[in-house]
Ligand binder design. Structure first.
Ligand SMILES: NC(=O)c1ccc[n+]([C@@H]2O[C@H](COP(=O)([O-])OP(=O)(O)OC[C@H]3O[C@@H](n4cnc5c(N)ncnc54)[C@H](OP(=O)(O)O)[C@@H]3O)[C@@H](O)[C@H]2O)c1
Length: 408
């Protein structure tokens, strides 16, 4: 009979309950891998269990409560007591990661968190282990399934944002309060964690600039199709001259980009480095059984030899003004010279135009431009001036474009 490895479970909601069930089902298959049988030694919820008792009776603690407190306190206390911890809590790691990783190093325990980013997609392990020898230049991610589902429905079926959101809520892809998802904050937390691992520099959620999808219209989708572009909520973490840039915003992608084909509630992450070109990982980004699979994978890893998140070795500034290509959508009076004036103002800021689509709307016209990359501050300076021209009929709308295409 194999020895028992005692797993204390904090939280028994969507992921916690799925984790307990999965552990029970998979215990027999884990024994040959680890030589030990994992077993739940206690469960804590708001109405049952005692943290002190669970801590006393466990070799490892799984934190699936979510939020900051009391999750932070429990994770710290568990590690100080010499227990490994597995968590899927992106809010906690993106805001208190340095404190928690330092505590893990100090006490010689593991803190594993695969489920915190992109559900079951094993991006944390790939960054920490498989690609440990690569100098990562950039990560692009679709790391929020709710928004990817909404955008897929808007693009594919012509739904408005409101219709697509209502449908996502009906199907359980979006919460009753979808604020964190649709504003980009959830994705920002995940990108902060990925940036920290990729660049070995501290990155806090507060340093991530994020923008959501609420202002996108079916009209943007239509133009995008015509220009051969797909619209996604993209998280970016990249090295730039002055440091690193970490941001989340809607962006257009050309069809050759590996993230362009990611549909519905799926997540995907593309890691770029000179030596490896790019590696893309994709799969279900949320859900109880899916996330529980990542959490149990972490438990199995913790039962075998050590892994830890090393101290940060860099102190790179997080930079906000970076170069981007842009889509610019304007309604203008349909008269001669309009495009020339717009082009002149853009040209003064160093912008050059990649493609143009113009459509008549009676006395007015819609003008959509795709611009080659330029510094965002210079682009918005031009847009500000364009917005004041007398032939502009509605506020110009801008969306970033990711213009790389990888050879397949
Ligand atoms: N759901 C997903 O698809 C998903 C995907 C990736 C990552 N995650 C992450 O996984 C974690 C858990 O998410 P979830 O969706 O499973 O959450 P959930 O369904 O809301 O479950 C939370 C659990 O924590 C318990 N809890 C809450 N406050 C507590 C407290 N003060 N003391 C003790 N227990 C407390 C709740 O107790 P009661 O049962 O008494 O209410 C419940 O059992 C979060 O960090 C989340 O970000 C979730």
């Amino acid at each position: 009979m194999a020895e028992t490895y005692r797993v204390g479970l904090l939280g028994h909601g969507t992921v916690g309950a799925a984790f307990a069930e999965l552990l029970e089902q998979r215990a027999d298959t884990i024994v040959p891998i680890t030589g030990i049988r994992p077993e739940i030694s206690g469960v804590l919820t708001r109405s049952r269990g005692s943290f002190e008792e669970i801590l006393e009776n466990s070799d490892l603690i799984v934190e699936l409560i979510g939020g900051i407190e009391p999750a932070r306190e429990y994770v710290l206390r568990a590690m100080r007591a010499g227990k490994h911890v597995v968590s899927a809590n992106k809010q906690l790691l993106s805001q208190h990661g340095e404190e928690l990783w330092a505590c893990a190093r100090e006490h010689g325990v593991q803190l594993r968190f695969e489920g915190s980013v992109a559900g079951v997609v094993p991006v944390i392990r790939v960054l920490q282990e498989s690609l440990a020898a690569a100098r990562v230049e950039r990560i692009h991610g679709i790391v929020n399934g709710t928004t990817n589902y909404i955008l897929t429905e808007m693009a594919g079926r012509g739904l408005t944002y409101e219709q697509a959101l209502a449908q996502a809520q009906e199907l359980g892809y979006a919460e009753a309060d979808p604020t964190d998802d649709v504003t980009g904050r959830d994705a920002a937390a995940k990108m902060a964690i990925l940036a920290r691992l990729a660049f070995s520099t501290p990155v806090h959620l507060d340093q991530v600039v994020y923008e959501g999808i609420q202002h996108l219209t079916a009209d943007d989708m239509e133009y995008a199709k015509e220009l051969g572009l797909g619209l996604k909520l993209i998280g970016t973490a990249e090295r730039v001259d002055a440091g690193v840039s970490v941001r989340v915003h809607p962006a257009f992608l050309y069809a050759g980009h590996p993230l362009a084909s990611v549909q519905g509630p799926f997540n995907a992450v593309t890691i770029e480095s000179d030596t490896i070109t790019e590696v893309t990982l994709s799969g279900p980004g949320a859900g109880g059984p899916q996330t529980a699979t990542a959490v149990l994978g972490d438990v199995v890893s913790a039962m075998i030899p050590p892994a830890s998140t090393p101290e940060t070795t860099e102190a790179l500034p997080v930079v906000n003004d970076v170069e981007s290509a842009f889509y610019l959508h304007m309604e203008v009076a349909d008269r001669p010279g309009v495009l020339a004036q717009v082009a002149e103002l853009l040209g003064m800021q160093g912008a050059s135009i990649r493609s143009v689509v113009q459509k008549g709307l009676g006395e007015n016209a819609r003008l959509v431009l795709i611009l080659h990359p330029l510094l965002e501050s210079r682009f918005y300076a031009a847009v500000h001036l364009i917005g004041q021209l007398d032939f502009i009929r509605s506020r110009p709308r801008a969306i970033r474009v990711i213009d790389e295409e990888f050879i397949s």
